[in-house]
Design a protein around this ligand. Sequence first.
Ligand SMILES: [Zn+2]
Length: 160
Amino acid sequence: MLYRYIGPESVRVRASTEPRGTPIRSLADLTDFARREPTFSSEGATFVVLEDDTLRLAPRRSEHVACASGAPVRAAGELALSLVRGRWTVTYCSNQSTGYCPDPACFGALATALDALGVARPLAWTSSFVLRRCELCAQIQVIKDEVYECAVCGAALERG
Ligand SMILES: [Zn+2]
């Protein structure tokens, strides 16, 4: 499944001038990224998985839409990794992306990309979110307790 960007247009326009994410095609790419980004070891990174299964990373506070160059994604969220006994290992992963609101089921796309790289990973998100964009007021929100109702305007939200 592919997710298109559904966040604010102003964010998309601003993001179009920001650098795209770094493609991670090997463990060497990952090690380079970790060396180059001073916040990576403490904060983790923003990630997207593109249609061709490429994993891209960007510094944590980057917009997912910038990381993906505006393209649709198979998965998006936050990712933290560290070297455990010499092997890159996921310590945190979530599908939290308010720009794409990917369903928790997109974990499979991240797992495929990590497995291809040889990164050790958990069997599921360490934190997962159900996010929805209100069709009426465009507010993006986290669904809690299965309440599919906009907290701002009260409109019903898609259950998906
Ligand atoms: Zn609303």
